[in-house]
Write a protein that binds this ligand. Structure first.
Ligand code: PGA
Length: 260
């Protein structure tokens, strides 16, 4: 894992945007996996700005989103479909036909999950998978105890996760019990994983994922097995790391060609 610690979430998001933008410029037909939540908002804002001001071209890309709530229509304000359209897709020149989002209303969830996996394979697999991390260590909606080799499937949210998102739904009762999420095996197939985490409330999960044992109880810890996992943190999210000084020293002493 490569741990990149920045003074704040704004600077961390700029680093993440530079990493994604460089990939897009080097590979205009890249395939991106995208997370939702508060964490990647500034990354997406930076990418939109780069599209407007620096001619960053999304027209050749294919995108897949990590997850969607079961039962929500795409137009529901709390759907992950709405989130990505509002914060990214409506503001860049990515063709609609190459945007893939799990269908939360499908009548046949296992078939839809198989089709999603097939579509990822047909597109050539992910060049980068953008990830946030839950306080319980989930990535995507792979809650603790998820198989480390799981594929896209239905998952039941934990009570803790449902509470975390309750405000967006106007109350806990309105939060769906189930989601469709890419699996940990699906995520691990990406050629690069880019995990972002900001704020004190993520410090414990980050420390467990980066420096703890690989375990299904901290799903993000599977990234320790990934050949190219970048973890971009602000100081608060990095505050539980035993080796933070070393990670900062590594970044400060990179040869120019390795800098982000
Ligand atoms: P957040 O969610 O970015 O809104 O903190 C992250 C997650 O639960 O994966």
């Amino acid at each position: 894992m490569e741990i990149i610690i920045q003074p704040d979430s704004q600077q961390a998001s700029q680093v993440a945007a530079r990493i994604v933008a460089r990939l897009i410029r080097e590979k205009p037909h890249a395939v991106l996996g995208l997370a939702t939540g508060n964490t990647p908002l500034q990354l997406y804002r930076n990418l939109v700005r780069m599209h407007r001001e620096e001619e960053l071209d999304f027209s050749g890309l294919t995108c897949f989103t990590l997850d969607e709530y079961v039962g929500l229509p795409p137009a529901h304000p709390s759907s992950l479909h709405s989130y990505l359209w509002a914060h990214l897709f409506s503001q860049i020149n990515l063709p609609k036909e190459r945007i893939n989002i799990p269908d939360g209303q499908t009548p046949d969830i296992p078939a839809a999950c198989r089709k999603y996996e097939q579509a990822i394979r047909s597109a050539g697999g992910f060049d980068v998978q953008v990830l946030g991390i839950g306080k319980n260590g989930h990535i995507g909606y792979n809650e603790p105890s998820s198989s480390l080799s799981s594929r896209t499937r239905i998952k039941t949210l934990t009570a803790e996760t449902r509470l975390e998102v309750a405000a967006a739904f106007g109350g806990l009762d309105a939060v769906p019990a189930h989601v469709i999420t890419m699996g940990l095996g699906t995520i691990m197939d990406a050629r690069m994983c880019l995990l972002l985490a900001f704020g004190q409330k993520k410090a414990k999960a980050v420390a467990q994922a980066v420096e703890g044992p690989v375990t299904a109880m901290v799903p993000a810890s599977v990234l320790q097995m990934h050949p190219r996992a970048l973890v971009v943190l602000d100081m608060d999210a990095a505050s539980g790391l035993d080796m933070a000084d070393y990670y900062i020293w590594v970044q400060d002493n990179k040869p120019d060609w390795q800098k982000y």
